[in-house]
Design a protein around this ligand. Structure first.
Ligand code: BMA
Length: 774
């Protein structure tokens, strides 16, 4: 019990009692399904799928066809409940709240059998006043409704007109009407992801009890005053004052390294109060700014804010403050119609190079700090400087953004709306308003976030008429679009965050979209804003097929994950390119054929008589094809930054689709591991399939250990293109992979992510090169 009890206010004056206590409800809860036939323990934070798996009631949800087999889990209505004793005298507290940092998604909450509230938005934080119902011994229940059933109900109730799309394409094997529920949109399936519409309490839950007053929220943003050439810090604190009399006192803000200490007098009237402080950093002090990876340091300053209030009540907050400016520059370009679209960080133009981020797992309770750190470290190791947190996923956990701040990764942050039109009835808008206001407060102090974007591809969906809306009905949808992203979300951003730009969509034409009434005739124009570009038919080795756009925020090609990855979630009969399993895992219509077609343009397709060998070689070839295509396209965008050709160019960003995977299936994901700051490049004199004289390369490796790192000394008997090193399921990262080996020997390092041994590596090691297929 004592472990759960957090004394938040250790700084009370002598003779006074603590003014605030917090009791965590994390840990073991009971879970039962709709008709009571299943009852099991489950962890909070967590979800029903994870609890069923931990109890051995279901297998790994990612195994073979289990996404379909376990559809029943998401269609049931589950209840989470818990009984607990509060380890302090609750009657002594003036106000008691139940705080839920994240509920997934639609639930009714009962506390001691009294309904205290409802939830309908997984991205919101909920606080319910339980002062009148709380006792020493309590029961709490969250009665969930299946998000799938709720979405269907909401869509049915929207009788005036349809809000498309109704359902995802059949190939995705997903659920319908996801646009009617404020939940991770890709959890109903995507073209790279399974349908697992989870239910559960996915973030922290606790009880907060307080007297006098309570700090509900604390947020800040550094603002640079250009004319005065000095930094200021805007700090906003939200209080709930429960004392019947005003509470007076002072606030001391200190940033020691910047020799800044300022004291303010405050008086808080009873009720909900906001305190806004404006801290000036003296011009005489040098403020080191935060820079993206590759451009400078990520300097941050420790700040403490101490509220010394009447009655010996002290509340202290500490945080790291980073100073940086960001501007989105849209200005005329000599020799090209339209406008530029690029970012200046601290006044310096920066090419954004990186990728798109999707949720790291269907079950967020499996996304550990270690996993986030490994993925984000890989981003900087691959010399990227930007990730776009894509609008079909989730607003990531605090740790994600803290790591991006620390590592210098710029974040293009979408609001969570993607590839759909959305309703704008009052209930929906109220829910979105609470979500957006909360997320802005939570995230705005992170220097890594350099832009807010209203949604993913919804302007394009509307204006390119993806859903075949009749011309006469289009104004209804345009009105809804403007209501949601401009009149609501944009207004909330303008009111809540002055420290970064906002655009309504991605792709969009930026200022041109605004000029055209917030929806452009062609939001994917090369002359304005950003573009998303996909072309699986044209030869990707021909750079002439790529758009000379201002900013490519999405582009990419699919590949299959390595055999060692697939092996864990499949069985022997699945191991061929046309097996039921291979077709099942492919969620993009025609994807498997497109990969072979693209690979066939430059490579001979595998033709071994051994079916397993052919499957492995085909997987390998799709990866080689993807790497080559993404390389060619990325290099094209990089080159286009300094050119205007045929009135087009000045490209200032390339974010390929997509960095990471949600499960083991074909997708656009690829994690490159290049270490060199300036990579070597090569030029093939013909397509490899036309090359003559390639000999089969015998590649051997001697593995040795140096501390935590393993050294692979490779030796080849012949020139070997696309050398792929594989250590099966041992997690880790090679210093290089998929390389062209022209020299006889080469040393590659392996950084394991978990403890392993030379022996284990030797047993799992496998090397493939293109000469194995030829
Ligand atoms: C874009 C993205 C995703 C999708 C990807 C690949 O449309 O925004 O929706 O997964 O392309 O098709």
């Amino acid at each position: 019990m004592r472990l759960h009890l957090l004394l938040l206010l250790a700084l009370c004056g002598a003779g006074t009692t603590a003014a605030e206590l917090s009791y965590s409800l994390r840990g073991n809860w009971s879970i039962c399904n709709g008709n009571g036939s299943l009852e099991l323990p489950g962890a909070v934070p967590g979800c029903v799928h994870s609890a069923l798996f931990q109890q051995g009631l279901i297998q790994d949800s990612y195994y073979r066809f289990n996404d379909l087999n376990y559809r029943w889990v998401s269609l049931d209505n589950w209840t989470y409940s818990k009984e607990f004793k509060i380890p302090f005298e609750i009657s002594k507290w003036q106000k008691v709240n139940l705080i839920l940092e994240g509920v997934d998604t639609v639930s009714k909450i009962l506390f001691n059998e009294v309904t205290i509230g409802e939830t309908d938005n997984m991205f919101n934080r909920y606080s319910f006043d339980i002062t009148n119902v709380v006792r020493d011994v309590n029961s709490i229940e969250l009665r969930f409704q299946s998000a799938v059933l709720y979405a269907a109900q909401q869509s049915k109730a929207h009788t005036r007109y349809q809000v498309p799309p109704d359902c995802p394409p059949l190939v995705q094997k997903g659920e319908c009407h996801v646009n009617f529920v404020r939940k991770e949109q890709c959890s109903f399936s995507w073209d790279w992801g399974p349908s697992f519409p989870t239910q559960g309490i996915w973030k922290d839950v606790r009880i907060e009890a307080y007297n006098i007053c309570h700090l509900n929220y604390f947020t800040f943003s550094p603002i640079y005053d250009k004319s005065a050439q000095e930094w200021n810090l805007e700090i906003e604190s939200t209080f709930d004052v429960v004392s019947s009399k005003p509470v007076g006192g002072q606030v001391i803000v200190a940033i020691p390294k910047l020799q800044t200490q300022q004291t303010y007098s405050i008086e808080l009237q009873p009720g909900k109060r906001i305190v806004e402080l404006f801290v000036n950093i003296s011009k005489n002090i040098t403020v080191e700014t935060w820079w993206p990876h590759g451009h400078g340091n990520q300097t941050g300053y420790n700040m403490t804010v101490l509220f010394e209030l009447d009655g010996g009540l002290n509340i202290e907050k500490s945080a790291k403050v980073y100073f940086r400016t960001v501007e989105l520059i849209e200005e005329p370009i000599k020799g090209s119609p339209g406008l530029s679209f690029y970012f200046k960080i601290n006044g310096f133009p920066i090419f954004l190079k990186g990728s798109n981020w999707i949720p790291a797992d269907s079950f967020q309770d499996r996304v550990t700090s270690e996993l986030l750190r490994l993925l984000l470290q890989s981003v900087v190791d691959a010399n990227m400087n930007t990730l776009r947190v894509w609008g079909g996923g989730i607003y990531e956990q605090d740790e994600f953004y803290e790591l991006c701040d620390e590592l210098g990764i710029m974040v293009w942050q979408d609001f969570m709306f993607a590839c759909a039109l959305y309703p704008t009835d009052q209930g929906f808008l109220d829910s979105v308003t609470a979500e957006v206001a909360y997320q802005i407060k939570r995230l705005k102090s992170h220097p890594s976030i350099i832009i807010w974007s209203g949604n993913n591809e919804n302007e394009e969906a509307l204006m390119m008429n993806w859903y075949h809306i009749s011309f006469t009905d289009r104004p209804i949808y345009i009105k809804d679009y403007v209501t949601l992203y401009v009149k609501n979300i944009r207004e909330l951003v303008l009111a809540g965050d002055k420290s970064r730009p906002f655009i309504t969509s991605s792709p969009t034409n930026g200022a041109e979209t605004v000029a055209e009434g917030w929806v452009s005739q062609n939001p994917n124009s090369n002359y304005f804003g950003d573009v998303h570009f996909y072309d699986y038919i044209s030869d990707c080795w021909n750079w002439k097929v790529f758009p000379k756009a201002r900013f490519a925020s999405e582009y990419g090609y699919q590949s299959w994950p390595s055999f060692s990855t697939l092996e864990k979630v499949s069985s022997t009969e699945d191991w061929s390119f046309n097996s039921k399993f291979s077709l099942h895992r492919q969620h993009h219509e025609g994807g498997n054929k497109q990969m072979l077609y693209q690979a066939g343009l430059h490579f001979k397709l595998p033709q071994s008589t051994d079916p397993l060998r052919t499957f492995k070689d085909t997987i390998y070839l799709t990866q080689v094809m993807q790497a080559q295509c993404v390389k060619t396209e990325t290099e094209f965008y990089r080159r286009s930054s300094s050119e205007i050709v045929d009135q087009q160019g000045h490209t200032m960003g390339a974010l390929y689709w997509q960095l990471n995977d949600i499960w083991q299936a074909p997708s656009w994901a690829s994690l490159a591991d290049h270490e060199l700051l300036s990579p070597t490049n090569y030029h093939f004199l013909s397509s490899p399939k036309e090359a003559v004289g390639l000999c089969k390369a015998q590649i051997t490796a001697i593995i040795s250990q140096q501390g935590d790192i393993f050294v692979f000394d490779l030796e080849t008997s012949a020139v070997a293109p696309f050398v792929w090193l594989d250590v099966g399921s041992i997690p880790g990262r090679f210093s290089d992979n998929g390389f062209l080996m022209t020299e006889k020997t080469r040393t590659i390092l392996f950084y394991p992510w978990e403890p392993t041994s030379k022996n284990e590596l030797e047993q799992s090691f496998h090397v493939t090169s293109l000469t194995d297929i030829y």
